[in-house]
Design a protein around this ligand. Structure first.
Ligand code: TYD
Length: 209
């Protein structure tokens, strides 16, 4: 049996994934698991500096610069935080990870998707999520949920966000075992029920409990 678990939460800005991640943390802790919540970009001190540039830099950020900054943040996060936590037997819930880069920088910004997949592999150095929950919501609903205070990525426009959504759906089709699609247009309760069922099954399979 492996030690901990690595579960990533993916979806558009405004998909509700962060709410679901926090509900899941409480649920799993009540069941007695040690849970660690983290996110990309910017969970660690070094990453916070990268996050500041990615989300709030006011000048032009070249697409390739943006791509490498997300990957740099990930490399540091995986090496110094995620892998050690899994090895200590914790359940790591991560708000965004490799699929965000493929969806946003690949399908959204138009960077080469296959190249991004290779660069992701270099950044994570062999780590793969045990499970990814993809919260899919219509772009209109997502944009309404985000509201008018938008960061640099959220301000990229509706066409960009439609491409991101389609990108996520493509990636899910390519990885149906790892990535489970959840209809996030439903109520918070229903979405949580769906998420919980998937995670309980995973824990039974991987941790034998
Ligand atoms: P954040 O405030 O964390 O948003 P959310 O709560 O929606 O996760 O902002 C992260 C933003 O960065 C979000 O718009 C998605 C984007 N992003 C990428 O474009 N590529 C990536 O690899 C990652 C991890 C995030």
């Amino acid at each position: 049996m492996q030690k901990g678990l690595f579960i990533t939460f993916e979806g558009a800005d405004g998909s509700g994934k962060t709410t679901q991640l926090n509900l899941m943390k409480s649920f799993l802790e009540e069941k007695g698991y040690e849970v660690v919540v983290t996110r990309e970009p910017g969970a660690l001190e070094l990453g916070r500096k990268i996050r500041e540039i990615l989300l709030h830099y006011e000048g032009k950020v070249a697409d390739k610069c943006e791509m490498f900054l997300f990957l740099a943040d990930r490399a540091q996060h995986v090496e110094t935080f995620i892998k050690p936590a899994i090895n200590e037997g914790k359940i790591v819930l991560c708000d965004r990870h490799t699929d965000s880069t493929v969806a946003y920088q690949g399908y959204g910004r138009g960077q080469d998707v296959n190249l991004l997949k290779e660069l992701n592999k270099i950044a994570v150095n062999g780590l793969e999520p045990d499970l990814t929950l993809l919260y899919d919501v219509s772009t209109e609903t997502a944009q309404n949920r985000v509201g008018s205070e938008k960061d640099r990525m959220e301000s990229a426009g509706i066409e960009f966000h439609k491409k991101v959504r389609n990108g996520y759906l493509e990636v899910q089709k390519e990885n149906p075992e790892r990535i489970k699609l959840i209809n996030a247009n439903n109520s918070i309760e229903k979405v949580f029920d769906d998420s919980k069922n998937i995670i309980i099954k995973l824990i039974q399979e991987k941790l034998g409990e």
